[in-house]
Design a protein around this ligand. Structure first.
Ligand SMILES: [Fe+2]
Length: 390
């Protein structure tokens, strides 16, 4: 979880009157909402609203969006060329699930439209990786500007809207839905909860909402709530972004991949040095631009590798990818459990005199096998499993 933050105004003691005269129904207070995780045992935030956050006018079905599974049963390497997916939907409805298991759904999103309705994920924390585009994620916690190479981490049950700076088709995201909690690798934190000196990023690199943007509006406000594959459309009697203050450790935040401080060595360092987030059933790593190994005999691309209990997904974001041939910006590869993968032929020699790599990639390593979605099949490069032949 990110560090404790406070925005707007809050009373000096929790669960006491925060005076607002005359206030809603002349009750004279701002209304407290306590957002808790893992029961009441882990991080929480306390939010103060102009009106109670429970004023529901209507509840309607929003339909279901089950993810169709690819029928292929082969255990093999997969290369999806996702850069040319046709823009569709908005930043929520335009998400196309490509790989999934019970811990995580990985989708690509190239929106065609601005976000129509407010949205809330009732079941999953979300990590949006912004490959292209900029804008603001607006929630009751305030306004969070984002830019290319940002991870936007959104706790489950955060109602939000994505506002884009330019044409929606200029935006491109990788979306990770995490059914457990998203946090940081515990080894990065000291016993006092502070990022250790030597961790590849720290509190200064995590950016919470910058301003509240309180909405004092009565009317009808639709919120589409995603609960797994089921959607429910709530119509609220006041705008949900009516907070005047909050504090705590549950809120959306951004972290820019270019702020990841790479750890390097004289010889190849293993992927955990790139780790950025830790979630139930998977990790997220940032392969940031970095100096390559300095030992005179170093082999500067990764060794062939059997990750016997993980499925490894790489999203190729920017730069030249030293260990791969044939991948491009926007490629998504899956190197599954059970079979080895490694550098492509020629890349070991080609990297011998290279001192620096400008590659930027996001890796998702899952501990349970991933399923390929049917929507991934048209993007599949069928020759990829054989691309290690000379
Ligand atoms: Fe690997």
């Amino acid at each position: 979880m990110p560090q404790y933050l406070q925005r707007g105004h809050i009373p000096p003691k929790r669960h006491t009157i925060h005076a607002n005269v005359p206030g809603h129904r002349q009750e004279g207070i701002f209304y407290e909402e306590v957002i808790t995780t893992q029961g009441f045992s882990r991080a929480y935030s306390i939010v103060y609203h102009l009106r109670p956050p429970t004023r529901v006018l209507r509840i309607e079905s929003g339909g279901t969006t089950p993810i169709a599974k690819s029928e292929e049963k082969l255990l093999r390497h997969v290369h999806l060329k996702t850069a040319s997916i046709a823009p569709v939907g908005d930043p929520i409805t335009g998400r196309i699930p490509l790989m999934f298991n019970s811990d995580v759904v990985l989708s690509r999103c190239r929106p065609a439209l601005e976000q129509a309705d407010l949205y809330r994920n009732a079941r999953a924390d979300e990590i949006l990786f912004v490959q292209r585009g900029s804008g603001r994620l607006v929630s009751m916690f305030g306004v969070s500007p984002f830019r290319p190479m940002d991870y936007i981490v959104i706790p489950k049950c955060t109602t939000y809207r994505i506002e884009l700076d330019s044409e929606p088709t200029e935006s491109d995201m990788l979306v990770m839905e995490a059914f457990g909690d998203v946090g940081f690798p515990p080894r990065y934190l000291n016993p006092d909860g502070q990022f250790r000196l030597g961790a590849p990023f720290c509190e200064r690199d995590l950016h919470g909402p910058i301003e509240l943007g309180t909405q004092d509006l009565e009317g009808e406000f639709a919120v589409n709530i995603k609960d797994g594959e089921n959607w429910t459309r709530y119509t609220m009697a006041n705008h949900p972004f009516d907070a005047v203050g909050w504090d705590g450790m549950v809120y959306p935040f951004t972290f820019n991949a270019d702020d990841f401080e790479p750890i390097t060595g004289t010889i190849h360092q293993p992927p955990p040095i790139h780790q950025t987030f830790q979630a139930s059933g998977f990790v997220v790593c940032t392969f940031a631009p970095r100096m390559l190994d300095t030992h005179p005999q170093a082999i500067k691309v990764p060794y062939a590798h059997s990750n016997v209990e993980s499925d490894e997904v790489l999203f190729y974001v920017r730069g030249q990818f030293g260990s791969r041939r044939g991948v491009e910006v926007g490629s998504l590869t899956l190197h599954p459990h059970g079979i080895p993968h490694g550098p492509h032929p020629g890349t070991i020699i080609a990297s011998r005199n290279v001192k620096f790599t400008d590659e930027l990639a996001v890796m998702v390593d899952t501990f349970r096998p991933l399923h390929l979605a049917a929507a991934a099949v048209p993007l599949d490069d069928p020759n990829y499993p054989f691309s290690w032949l000379d």
